[in-house]
Design a protein around this ligand. Sequence first.
Ligand code: ATP
Ligand code: MG
Length: 627
Amino acid sequence: MEDYLQQLDDEQRTAVLKSAGRSIIIAGPGSGKTRVITYKLLHLLKTGIKPSEILLVTFTRAAANEMIDRARMLTGIDLEGITAGTFHHICNLILRRYARKVGLFPNFTILDEEDSKSLIKHVRTMVLERTGEIKHFPSHGVLQKIFSYATNTMSTLHSALLKINPKYIDYEKIIEDIYREYTIEKRNQNCVDYDDLLVFAVQVLQDSDIRLRESRKYKWILVDEFQDTNILQLNLIELLSSFHKNIVVVADDSQSIYSFRGARYENVRDFMKIDGTKLFKIQTNYRSVEPIVKLINATIPKRSVPKVLRAVKFSDQKPIVIKTSDRQEEAAYVSKQILRLIEQGFDPEEIAVLYRSHSHSLELQIELSKQQIDFKILSGIRFTETAHVKDIIAFLRIIQNPREKISWIRVARLFPGIGAKTASNLAEHAYGAALQNDVSSILDGFSQKKGQILEIKKLLSEMQEESTVSDKISFLYESFYQQYLQDNYPDYKERQQDIERLIEVALRYNSLEHFLSDLTVNEDVQNNVSKGQKITLTTVHQAKGLEWDVVFVISVNPGDFPSYYALMENNIDEEERIFYVAITRPRKLLYLVTQQYPSSPYMYWAKAVDFLQKIPEELVDIYDTSY
Ligand code: ATP
Ligand code: MG
């Protein structure tokens, strides 16, 4: 037997060797699903499949890179040419090739969530100016949720409204108007939001020639974390596998936690139901020590495909439940305990604190700082969503696609003396004049010849002259933005570092389009410039698929986790799955921390959904540190 196959157990090896055609590997947490996908990739390469014949779909870009590195290490094969990454990344690639089919130009730009919100805000204001002020009309943030939900579930605005907030049904007609105008605006400005990437990619694949050409490329499609796909994503992989019909997915339906984005754990069952689908099971948990696996087995969420995991790592330390008084005390306890663990020799990189919502970690962040424990946050604002990075990106996006108004407005507002009105006029003007990509002539015709406009023109045209992406940014930085940061932000030094890092990242790119797409669609350029050893703070959602030696799950009390909204909407099943994801992350030690007197009053009426009360007492050690 080949060496690499010996690194798998019998069930895993069977899954790697025998999966072909339509195959699903369904298994619990930590059982090696991701490992099976990685080794399947390796196995395909070993048996002569070319990297360019493989499509690998992962939850994050980082996960794809990890698998590719591992396969490269074990095979010595360069994986150049493989298509790998998130659904958004893959859709972006397809859409660049066939943009015209859906009425876009191939130089379209991608709006991130914040951009999309500001465009909706703009359209909302316009529409409401026509209808007159309406009390309690949904905010642009809520509108975005409604639109996105409708798109990702392929349902009508009406049913999205019912799901998100039925009281808005009264405004259905106006909301439809806003939606329509938002769609038109995006198209006119030659830009798309994240959801459009999926919708349009699926749309272009409806064309039988395109479908044939694209699906012929991929002899094999491999999908990790299949339980979190939505209906559009499922359609996409069905279309892309329509020629060779080799599609291998791994899933754990009990870990489906993205229903708010339209993910359907029912996809798992629907996929299994189709005739000829091969089903594989793997049942050993390699990640966690036995006492944790026992807890995992006892906590399996309702309505899951039944799974019982075998443990292989032994330990006499049960998971620990800590009852603290309130958030303050919880933070103090967790920091103290982390210090103790580090003193005992645990690597800070192997310690993580998980929470249901980012806001639960604020006290802890303060406490950790006091104790001088370094931490990084996986789920904070993404690097590319910070104001200063977005400023730079706005300049680049104008060069890439001068029709896009949002970036013009952003750039204009950086110059004192240009107000909202002028900025918006400028954007309109540029939009009208942007037939060719020569940014400087676009500005020539703008009637308001303020000094600032001339400066914008000068910056943009010189950036356009610079040949590489990193030179473009360097130019902007040195001749304008460095000083701008210094004048406007007390913490300008850190922001300057970020821009320097952005310039470094840009060095890897030859094309502006690739650089911009990667920044918007792929999260790997994150602000985790690690210096030294740091513990990790993260939401459970962001911790999916990851593991650490020690995991603290904090604020496990009704109102926090399960969340207040879930309790209000009686959406407890999803919360159970999120909790399940949380407790399945540690290898050695699991701490479940709860507050006896949380600030959330829901504690009292929601006792019935206290996750900790449902845990059989003999499976955990309970300590009460509350006053
Ligand atoms: P999750 O549900 O969290 O995504 P998973 O099923 O994808 O988990 P992996 O991340 O692939 O599980 O594996 C969990 C851990 O177990 C990893 O550290 C992996 O290296 C290890 N592991 C998996 N299979 C084996 C094996 N056969 N021998 C030794 N270690 C293994
Ligand atoms: Mg995994």
